[in-house]
Design a protein around this ligand. Structure first.
Ligand SMILES: [Zn+2]
Length: 693
């Protein structure tokens, strides 16, 4: 029996991808458990995630329900590897691929996912947003589920492991197979919708989407519960990489709820990593969450190219600054060998972070919540239902995600201590000073009631863009009229609003916004800080224009663009467009000014550090200390040193000392009227400071 709470003290993890075929007898012929273990030790790795099976579907144990990989037919080398890891004090976690299973796809064509064109995933004309290498079977097929139970029974009977990782619990496409059709009929009492085009103005499409989310969530619980039934107490982790990915994958957080802790492989930049870490921190059932990323610059599809030591260290520190566990993903050579140099590089990063691990305690302190509504991962609903394509490029982003990423950048610039709270954890908003709700078109009536209650009792809220109009109706009595037809518009400050727009943007030269704005009526006469201005001509007109390169403002309107008011004890700011989603700085500056109005002043943390330095703060009541992390989050290598800077932290704690971790050197500080100030000298990528109280 493994150590069932291994993950609570494991911050250095590694997965070696092993999706290797066996049509060539050389494949995995040189797989050597001792060499594998040696690499883990070079990498200073605490927990090794090991392939028990893969997307190829072949089993690395003597299976009766499936087919065994030829390289492991004679000897169970994977079992030997697990034994070696455990003997050396490493945790051994098994990897198993759900629904992506080429062997099952070939052996059981009746289990296959069927796309809306009637194609299976490996057929040349299929709509699947993957290469045609992946055979995908349907989680609604009960024979496939019975097969999973057999597989789990076999593998837990074979291996003594500390945990299991279940990959791929998401929908790569809409499935119209017989099992899905039957389940839809059973669940809704209706016929499966005809899908000439996916249009979420059509209630049938919405109904199907809700089913897809519920089915995948139920499947994630089924798979996790089967593992726990067969191997009581085993920690189960689903891959939660797709929490923020578009609607097509139908991830509503159910897989996170089914997991003992949340992890997932991510390939965005460093800014995005800091956003995702906050989301995973909030959604996970138990800490630490797990941030997985490849040692290749992009997934593992380059196979040989490896990230620089500096980038690996930075990614590791970003995760550490959120008290998360870091998992690096390597990919084995087809022969079964690994490059030891890669593990030296991982080891360099992990040896630097290891001394900080004993200080990763306490709870994150963030007084701003960015609300992430996992039901609203669409493009521009309802005014712009351009969602007929399943092409993953088309679906790679959507307004709420842009708002999350770009709005977060602005909050970092303002040194606000923010976190990202998903809809399924909405109660975590309570106690926050301000919440930001942006582009959440599918916000439910329950959520509107919940948010209104939060504001009534003194919470403050910033609402922008395509949020369910019921929220602004409830809080400010704004009546929804529709949208500007023109997808280029302007936000023109009124006299009352001018102070938030600076000198550059005025009623005559208003702030540009390259999307539609919501049109509302303001019968309660709340304060209007800006109005909607339109260009002289409709930008969609291909011929008629005022100025040949641009769409200058020309038509001022009375429609409010920014409205400020009170609801109960709280402040409410509503914006007709989520202009903070714009990547450029001017819109972010205006956003920060307006957010300051609703927040009520500036952040409790101030610093002269370069803007790329992000701070995270934890309160460790048990040890009477605050833990402040500063991490130098840059995108372009080489990363310049952050240098020296000052920090001022307003706190109600009776501060007694300040020390730099992990060496515990005392740091000179002043503490007057609840404001703690100190200097950080010549920071490179990361600093962790303990504030004793
Ligand atoms: Zn299906």
């Amino acid at each position: 029996m493994g150590n069932m709470s291994w993950y609570k003290n494991s911050y250095r993890r590694c997965l070696v991808d092993m999706h290797i075929e066996d049509w060539n007898e050389e494949f995995l012929s040189e797989f050597d458990p001792q060499s594998y273990l040696d690499c883990m030790k070079r990498g200073n790795i605490k927990s090794a995630m090991i392939y028990l099976q893969s997307h190829v579907g072949l089993c690395n144990w003597p299976s009766k329900s499936g087919r065994v990989h030829k390289a492991f037919e004679k000897e169970n080398k994977v079992k030997e590897l697990i034994g070696l890891c455990r003997a050396e004090g490493l945790d051994a976690v098994g990897y198993y691929s759900l629904i992506f299973n080429n062997w099952a796809y070939e052996a059981h064509p009746e289990w296959r996912v069927v796309d809306p064109l009637g194609a299976n995933s490996r057929e040349p004309d299929s709509m699947f947003g993957f290469q045609k290498r992946y055979g995908i079977v349907c989680p609604n097929n009960m024979e496939y589920r019975a097969f999973l139970t057999e597989q789990f029974t076999e593998l837990f009977g074979t291996y003594d492991i500390d945990g299991i990782f279940l990959d791929m619990a998401f929908w790569p496409t809409i499935c119209i197979c017989d099992s899905c059709r039957a389940r839809y009929r059973k669940d809704t009492g209706r016929d499966f919708p005809r899908l000439a085009a996916v249009d979420f103005n059509d209630p049938d499409c919405v109904r199907l989407q809700l089913c897809r989310e519920a089915w995948m969530s139920e499947f994630a619980h089924f798979a996790a519960d089967e593992c726990r039934r067969i191997c009581p107490g085993i920690p189960v982790e689903h891959n939660n990489a797709l929490l923020t990915i578009s609607w097509i994958y139908a991830c509503n957080g159910g897989a996170a709820l089914a997991s003992d802790f949340t992890g997932g492989d991510q390939y965005g930049g460093q800014y995005e990593q800091s956003v995702i870490c906050k989301l995973m921190y909030e959604i996970t059932n138990n800490q630490p969450f797990e941030y997985m990323t490849s040692r290749c610059p992009k997934l593992i599809n380059e196979h040989t190219t490896t990230k620089s030591a500096q980038l690996m260290k930075l990614q590791n520190y970003i995760t550490l600054a959120h008290h998360g566990a870091m998992l690096y993903i390597d990919a084995i050579d087809p022969l079964g060998t690994m490059h030891p140099g890669i593990y030296d590089r991982i080891g360099e990063a992990f040896r630097q972070s290891e001394p900080f691990e004993k200080y990763l305690s306490g709870k994150m302190v963030a007084d701003v919540a960015v609300y992430f509504d996992m039901k609203s991962k669409f493009r521009n609903l309802p005014q712009d239902p351009d969602i007929s394509s399943q092409d993953p490029g088309h679906l790679s982003t959507y307004p709420q995600l842009d708002a999350l990423n770009e709005g977060s950048r602005a909050l970092v610039a303002g040194n606000y201590q923010y976190t990202v709270i998903p809809d399924i954890r909405k109660e975590k908003i309570l106690g926050k000073k301000a919440v930001i709700v942006t582009e959440a078109s599918m916000l439910s009536d329950d959520e509107i009631t919940f948010l209104a209650d939060y504001v009534e009792k003194g919470g403050n809220i910033y609402i922008s863009g395509n949020v369910n109009p019921g929220l602004a109706q409830k809080l400010l009595s704004l009546e929804f009229l529709g949208w500007t037809d023109w997808k280029s518009s302007y936000i023109a400050p009124t006299e009352a609003g001018q102070q938030y727009f600076g000198d550059m943007y005025t009623a005559k030269h208003p702030l540009s916004y390259t999307k539609s704005q919501m049109l509302v009526h303001n019968p309660a006469h709340h304060q209007v800080l800006a109005t909607v201005t339109l260009p002289y001509t409709n930008p969609m007109d291909p011929v008629k224009f005022a100025s040949i390169h641009s769409n200058p403002p020309g038509i001022a309107t009375e429609y409010p663009a920014v409205v400020y008011g009170r609801y109960g004890k709280g402040r409410v700011l509503w914006s007709a467009g989520a202009f903070e989603s714009t990547a450029a700085r001017p819109q972010k500056d205006v956003f920060l000014n307006l957010f300051g109005l609703v927040y009520g002043g500036g952040s409790f943390l101030k610093s002269t550090a370069p803007e790329c330095v992000q701070f995270t703060l934890f309160d460790d009541f048990e040890h009477s200390r605050l833990l402040l992390h500063a991490v130098n989050v840059q995108e372009l290598e080489p990363f310049f040193r952050a240098g020296s800077f000052s920090v001022t932290l307003e706190t109600d704690k009776p501060v007694s000392r300040v020390r730099i971790l992990p060496g515990l050197e005392d740091l000179p500080f002043t503490f007057e009227s609840g404001a703690l100030s100190f200097e950080v000298k010549d920071m490179d990528l990361f600093v962790m400071i303990e504030v004793g109280y």
